[in-house]
Design a protein around this ligand. Structure first.
Ligand code: GLU
Length: 299
């Protein structure tokens, strides 16, 4: 057992190193370079005036926009440990909106916020908006507002390749199932009578799966596909999603002007093809298929 854990831990370190090697700093990784060249570029608007938005005004005065994001989710919200480069579909969504709000790439600062801290970070003004696999729901709407949705995921399970018993949500009963604190995914572990193991991030859960310390990791399929793609020989996604997770952009509950502006930006970049291009150059590389772009919720 000890040796198996040690080997698995070493493999997990190797996998992380491989991810880190995808940076642009002289990396020989052709795929990373190809991806970068396929990403859309977003024209920065120069005539923006959102004086009715306290968040936008404050960001303009400050001279930069602070966007909350994830940093451990490959192809969605990922930060390269050595270069500090951020990549992924959520990062692209964040950048296209920033350009339409009049902020150049050099004026955009990302701040990592884990699932459990999102509402506090948004309502407390620590971030101007948040893009990070953030499901829109009524409970959260008591504390924050959402723009979007910009995609819909579904909760699924990530298991070791050798596992044949965890085939759907019911199989969570009695098993140790890892998920992130403060997520919608964790709530369903309880609903299906799994033994919940909680961490701040899904990357920590994946490490525990690789070292045989938990039976499965559960969260949105979009997130799990990224981890499975990075650990192809060891992990697989069950592939039977059992929820609907519409992803929104979280923002201050009282800033209706900003919410409208972000919705307009999303719509424009969906209509001009940037959304699809960004998806194909990020999340699409994990094997995920984009499906239809959901209609923006105006309610
Ligand atoms: N989309 C789910 C949620 O917002 C799970 C992923 C996450 O924790 O970001 O809770």
């Amino acid at each position: 057992m000890r040796t198996r854990r040690t080997i698995a831990a070493a493999l997990s370190v190797l996998a992380l190193t491989a991810v880190a090697a995808c940076g642009k700093d002289g990396s020989p990784n052709a795929t990373a370079n190809d991806t970068a060249s396929k990403l859309p570029t977003y024209q920065v608007k120069t005539d923006v005036k959102l004086d009715g938005s306290p968040t936008w005004k404050k960001a303009k005065e400050r001279g930069n926009l602070i966007i909350g994001a994830k940093s451990d989710q490959p192809f969605l919200g990922f930060e390269d440990v050595s270069s500090k480069d951020r990549s992924g579909f959520d990062i692209e969504i964040a950048k296209m909106i920033a350009a339409d709000l009049g902020f150049a790439p050099g004026q955009v600062k990302f701040q990592t916020i884990v699932s459990a801290n999102r509402e506090t970070a948004i309502s407390g003004g620590q971030v101007d908006y948040y893009v990070g696999t953030y499901t829109i729901n009524d409970d959260r709407k008591k504390q924050v507002a959402f723009a979007g949705p910009y995609m819909v995921a579904g909760q699924d399970l990530l298991v070791r390749k050798t596992n044949t018993t965890i085939t759907g949500p019911e199989a969570m009963a009695g098993k140790s199932i890892c998920s992130a604190t403060g997520s919608t995914s964790l709530k369903r572990v309880d609903q299906y009578h799994g033994k919940a193991v909680k961490y701040d991030t899904y990357a920590q859960c994946v490490d525990k799966l690789l070292t045989d310390e938990v039976d499965a990791v559960t969260t949105d399929d979009a997130i799990l596909k990224g981890f499975a793609a990075k650990n192809k020989d060891q992990l697989k996604v069950v592939g039977k999603p059992f929820s609907k997770e519409p992803y929104g952009i979280g923002l201050n509950k009282t800033d209706k002007v900003l919410q409208d502006a972000i919705n307009a930006a999303l719509k424009a970049h969906e209509d001009n093809g940037d959304w699809k291009k960004a998806y194909d150059a990020t999340l699409g590389l994990s094997g995920a298929t984009s499906g239809d772009i959901p209609a923006i919720d105006k309610s």
